[in-house]
Structures are given as structure tokens and as C-alpha cells.
Design a protein around this ligand. Sequence first.
Ligand code: JCF
Length: 673
Amino acid sequence: MPNAPDDAIEKVIKLRAEINEHNYRYYILDDPTISDAEYDRLLRQLQAIEAQYPELITADSPTQRVGNLPSKAFKEVKHDVPMLSLDNAFSEAEVVAFEQRIKDRLHTEAAIEFACEPKMDGVAISLLYENGFLIRGATRGDGYTGEDITSNVRTIRTVPLQLRGKDIPKRLEVRGEIYMPKAKFNQLNEQLKERNEKVFVNPRNAAAGSLRQLDPRITAKRPLEIVCYGVGSRENLTHIKTHSGIVQQLKQWGLRISMEVQVVPSVVECLQYYYSMMNKRPHLPYEIDGIVYKVNNIELQERLGFVARAPRWAIAHKFPAQEEMTIVEAIEFQVGRTGILTPVARLKPVFVGGVTVSNATLHNMDEVQRKDVHVGDTVVIRRAGDVIPEIVAVVLTKRPPHTKIIELPKHCPVCGSEVLKPEGEAAARCEGGLVCAAQRKEAIKHFASRKAMDINGLGDKLVEQLVEVGLVHDVADLYRLTQAQLANLDRMAEKSASNLIAAIGQSKTTTLARFIYSLGIREVGEATALNLAQHFRDLRLLMQENAENLQKVQDVGPIVAAHVAAFFRQQHNSDIINKLIHFGVHWPAVKINQAKQVFAGKTFVLTGSLTTMTRDEATAALQKVGAKVSGSVSKKTAYVVAGVEPGSKLTQAEKLGVTILDEKQFLKLLQEK
Ligand code: JCF
């Protein structure tokens, strides 16, 4: 006899009924009437009373879903009625043939009514209810013997621990599919990734892995759901004449069923349903891998019976698989427009998502390492909808003994130049610049562009054609082109050919800054090119400088300096520069900027706001004439420019005796430069 007081017993009964009602409204009707927080409060109240009077705890209490203690292993379960699988159809013709076989066996030409439903991509499950109470949950296993995973199944909130409604059979075995919604799957993987744990390949594996946990408390934390689609024995349900009727009855008893079940008059509508679900598929919150068609009439089902392991009265019309396994035969590195090396897996061709896939990008080396892909590995390839195929995961159990670890090449596979991967950056780049075939077209376009060598009439399309026909290999070849060669090209008339030759000739006279810019060194824009030209004034001096000294140039930091030094370190880059000069590219001696002489090395500090320009504009104007702009005043500060409402920098300047300029004096100084 429980020694709990009557009011506690009453309260527990009331809370359980209330919570079960909300569970039903939330999970089955999809129509909750209280907030999640209120629901949690009810559950906590119940937990508190049960904690105080443990003798009140029952197996079907809603609190028991949180999971029992771990069990050692799963017991075997013999299914009363074998859990059959379904025959598959992979084409319309196979579906039509399925219907014809049915008609033949039934000796009828009348249309067959079918129940259609999505085929959930999860784990098949059997739920056994006795007197309305869930007494066992089991996996399908081999169809005859499964595993007893009752403790785990109990943690799933959409699995009723007790049936509701009228006329509940003494014994009822319900069949369904346990799955993990797509969004929940992604969240779970994010969490696992954060904790450095192994992620799941897809929602089905996540559902299976979660159900296989020996500790139900882990299962309880996994976002699993169920959809029920049938029963084992129909013994107690003989009054129900259709499959759809059975499914509706399951719903009445509080079990969750698919919202997409639809009864159709013939196979034609089955196919319509198939295509409409195929379109819906990417938007469904769960994964499906096809459509199940079932003869709706149970008497007909019984006349049709079974073959081997599958009913004659049902078929799974599969969607093209979105995931397949294949082997990584090689990894190649593609060199993109800006020299970025992208690892691409060459795969044993595999049909997935409706197309044959033989390549999959791995994006960058970080991804290769994260996914731990080796050459020779078996991998899961995914192509969903029209997205680019991707490698989902390596099947480690299939890794052969001598796989090759993928390493970033030290030299560009296209041109042999150095490959650099800055610390902390995902991208690795070929430093080949002008010579690298993959980068050549872009480099030539850049070289010819308006702010670079400004070759009028040499557009992108023409550059591509010149490279493709082999007339231009590098930018120096532009200066070898003849009018006859150009006139032979597609869409090129005599006149435009001679105009282009003239424009190429004119481009030979340029400036050092333009020339440096036109080389297309990474991170070297117009402004940096100008600074480099002003600083060195002699191309040879620039070419010999090391990265450390390059940082002495105005606005050149360690990254830019490294790119500049790496560029000139490549022999072929200096070869091309020599050729360009040989073909007559030249520039006047760089004029010493007088303004620079006046302000070079002088530090300005700005305080308060100016009325005629913004702080950024003032800074730019000062930098243009060689001055440095600093944020704090020291003895080394040359001038402090004090605008409206100056701050403490003005006081500091007065204290240190630094020259102070007001806006008018400042503007005058700038104009005098
Ligand atoms: O959704 C499913 N995976 C699913 C599997 C749906 C069904 O109606 C099934 C099934 C497996 C067997 N029906 C049977 C008879």
C-alpha cells in the first residue's frame, strides 16, 4: 500500500491525465493549447511529487520518458507476425507492372484503389500494446527476430505510453518508422561537432544510432519522432475493411500517422502523387526515399498474400537515391581564377540524385582534414535536388590498409610555382601569377584593363580566344601579335585588327605605377602600386627587395609584402618582365614628388572635427603627400590639427609644445605642398 497521502495520489493522477492530453494535442493533433513553458511546469510538478513518493511512479508516467538506467544489451524479440519489407519499383513501368500483376491475380480489369504515403527514411519499429499500455518496442531485425529497445522507445515523446479512445484491443502490435527531422539532425550534428564527437552521416543513421544507445538517457536527448503505418496481426481489427481505415483508427487511439496519406482510385493517381511528393520532398521537414502504394481494400490484400519477404499488395516506388557510396580514385587540385587551389575528388562514377557523378569538390584542405578523406576510401556522396555533389563522410569501416593521405601540393599542378597557404586561412594559392595557365586568362584581362596597361579594344572575350588558340601564352606575347594573326580570328575584321595592334603599341608607353599594378600581384591595387613606384622608383630595386624591407613602404603590411616578394621570387615572373621591357614597354623616370619631400616622415594628429572635410578625407589628403597620421600626440608629432571641439590631444600638444594648426592653416599648408 502506498503511504502517500490521498491528495498526492489525486494530484498525480490529475497531472498525468493533463500532461497526456497536452502530449496528444501537441504531438498527434499538432494543435497545442498551452505553451512549452507551461507544459514543462506541469511535468516538473509531477516529477516533484513522484520524487517525494517514489511508490507512485508507474511505467507509463509521462516522467518516465526521460529514460531509465543503461541496460547491458538488448534482448531478442520474436515478432508475432513477421515484419516484412517492401518490394521496390524504380520506374513508372515497374509500378504499372505491379498493378497489372495484381489485376491478373485477382482476375479483374477494374481499377485498384491504392493508399499512398511517403516512405519515411528512418528505422522500422514495432510497438506492442497490451490493454492499451506500451509493453514493448522492438526493431525489425531480420524481419523475424528483432531487438528489444523498449527503454529507448519509451523516451520518444510521439510514442504514446498508453493508448486513448474506445475499443482498444487487448493486444495490438503497431508498426511504424522512427526518424529524426532534418533540422533536428543538423542541430544534433552541430552539437556533436562542437564537442568533437563523431557526427552522423544522415538523419536515418542518426535515428538508428540514437535507438541503439545502451543508455536510454542518451536516446532521451535525441530528437526522435515516429510515424505509424500499420499493424502486425489484424486479428482484433476485422471490422476495419481498408488500410486507410486502419491508419485512421491508429490515429484515434493516439498514435501518430503521416499527414500525407491519400487514397486514390487507380495507379494513374499513384504516379501523380509520386511526382507531387517529389516536388514537395526538399521542403518536407523529414527525409523520405520514395512513396509506398498499398492496395487499400483489405480483403483484396488477403487474396493477394505474400511472396518471400514482401506483400504482393504493396510496393515502394523509390525516388532517385540522394546518397550513394563510391570510391575516391584520386584527388586533384584545380586552380581557380585567383590561383586558389581546390581539392577535387575523382570518384568511381556513381548514379546519385538522378545523375552520374564522377567528381566532388572538397572545398579546401581544412575540409579534407575534417572529413579525413584518403585516396582509396569509400565515401558517401550526396546530391540533393540540384545542389553540387558533396562528400558527406568517409566509411571508415571500409578503409583499405594502404590509403593515401591527401596533402597540399608544394607546387602548383598547373604551372609548378610555389603554393602558399597563409596560417589560419582556408585557401591555398598558387603564386604563379602570370604564367599559371589557369590564371593566365584573368591575368591577361587584368593586364589589358583600363587602369593597368589600358589596351583599348582588348576585351575579355578576345583575351579568352587568344589564349585558347594559343596565340597568347603570357602577357608578353601580346606585343608579338601581328595584324595578320588577329585578322584571322573569329569576329575580327581588318580594321579592328589594325586598331588593336595600334592600341597595343601605344600601351608600351606607360608609368612604373601602372606597370606594377598591371602585373596583378595579389593585394597590390592601384594605390599600393603607386606607393611601391614612389618608394623604389626603379623596378630592379623593387624586384630584389625582401618581404621585411618591403614593409617600409607606405601602407605595405606583412601580407602585402609577402605577396610582392613571393611574386618576384618566381623566375618566370621576372622572365616575363624582361620580355615586356625587351618588346619596348617603358616608362619615364619616376618624378620625385615635391610634396612628399615636404611631409614625408612627418606625423600629423587630428583632433576635433573639420568643417570642410571628414576625418577620413583629411587622413587621405595627408597620406597622399607622404605624411603619417597618428592617433596620439608625442614629442615626435610634427603638427596637431585642431578642428571644432578638440579633445585632450590639443592639451597634450600644448603641453609638449607641438605646432598646432587650425583648419584654415591646415588647408593652406595642404595647398602649398
Ligand atoms: O515509411 C516507411 N518506411 C514504410 C515502410 C511505410 C509503410 O507503409 C510500410 C513500410 C514497410 C512495410 N509498409 C510495409 C508493409
